[in-house]
Design a protein around this ligand. Structure first.
Ligand SMILES: Nc1nc2c(ncn2[C@@H]2O[C@H](COP(=O)(O)OP(=O)(O)OP(=O)(O)O)[C@@H](O)[C@H]2O)c(=O)[nH]1
Ligand SMILES: [Mg+2]
Length: 312
């Protein structure tokens, strides 16, 4: 184990995107030498169109991954800027349909349905921020939607389904959004810890990886927010002691999330009665900053500010 770790060179994610595209040291050869050859489920096992920033959601079934994704997309496209499917990507059409459904449903108060197991739905998008500063550039974002049931498979030394493995082992810039809910966090500590180990094993050193822990469904605490940062810290330390320790060691971020107010209607279906985009904003801003190195609210240089005030 420790020997294996020695051979892996940590990937350094610099803010410069050129740097983030540097090859990773993978453990494929390690696997092969032990007689394990992954079975390719797709026609080709190489990921097409790598020129993007990939965002991977980790979390058990119903932890809130799809809800977070759809409200982030809603926030990015309705308040922070323009979001559009990236043309000529492998699944432009599919991404367009998914994006449309997410946005249209959320507007009507309908939450996303459960994600299909054993496949990765890839959403290739381009986000152009409203901010006109030259420093605040458009970014390519590729969200990876997976089912929580697949994440359970890494329990007790298990392996990921090939469709997911492919992304985790690839030479692509990846950001991780680690999701566990207010009510189930205490059950997810070991699994979360296992996932962090899995990343290290794949050469994604936690020292340089962009990851954030999100406690979803925070409204179940009886409040849509926290009274102070300590409250969240204490919650995480108490419910997720191992994960918390790990995150602190590597200085990784933590936040909470809520979609707003949910109520059951007369037919027993859950509907959103008010959409709260505050936490979507926090997470979206974290993502933009961690990818570009710039604050999306960056005020611009002195000259830019003068220019904007003249040409408004
Ligand atoms: N109260 C509350 N419930 C939430 C919130 N987010 C999600 N939920 C509930 O959790 C359910 C599951 O959320 P999803 O986002 O679909 O979960 P997931 O992690 O994508 O689940 P899989 O696709 O099965 O892996 C939703 O249908 C809601 O009932 C939230 O912010 N507050
Ligand atoms: Mg889902």
């Amino acid at each position: 184990m420790s020997e294996e770790k020695e051979q892996l060179t940590p990937l350094s994610f610099d803010n410069d995107t050129e740097e983030t595209l540097q090859p990773l040291i993978l453990d494929h050869q390690e696997n092969n030498s032990r007689g394990f050859v992954p079975i390719a489920q797709t026609t080709t096992n190489s990921i097409k169109e790598k020129d993007s920033n990939f965002v991977f959601f980790f979390g058990t079934a119903e932890s809130g991954k799809s809800v977070i994704l759809s409200s982030m997309l809603f926030y990015l496209s309705s308040q922070a800027g323009a979001l559009r499917p990236k043309l000529s990507t492998p699944n432009t059409k599919e991404a367009e349909v998914l994006l449309y459904d997410f946005l249209e449903n959320l507007r009507k108060g309908i939450l996303p349905s459960r994600t299909t197991r054993d496949q990765v739905t890839r959403l290739d998008l381009v986000f152009e921020p409203n901010n006109r500063s030259k420093k605040v550039k458009p970014v390519n974002l590729t969200f990876l939607e997976t089912s929580g049931e697949n994440h359970n498979e890494i329990r007790r030394g298990g392996h990921y389904h090939n469709s997911i493995e492919e992304y985790l082992s690839a030479n692509i810039p990846l950001s991780f959004i680690l999701v566990t809910s207010y009510e189930t966090a205490h059950n997810d500590d070991v699994l979360m810890f296992t996932f962090l180990n899995e990343l290290e094993r794949k050469g994604k050193s936690l020292k340089s990886v962009d990851a954030i822990l999100v406690i979803s469904k925070w409204d179940k605490s009886g409040s849509f927010g926290v009274s102070n940062a300590e409250q969240l810290e204490n919650f995480i330390r108490e419910r997720l002691p191992m994960t918390s320790q790990r995150l602190d060691t590597y200085g990784l971020n933590k936040t909470y999330y809520t979609i707003g107010n949910l109520e059951k209607n007369s037919t027993g279906e859950e509907r959103l009665t008010s959409l709260n985009l505050q936490t979507a904003q926090v997470l979206s801003e974290w993502l933009y900053r961690s990818i570009t190195g710039y604050d999306i609210n960056y005020e611009g240089t002195f000259w830019e500010r003068i220019k904007f005030s003249l040409f408004k």
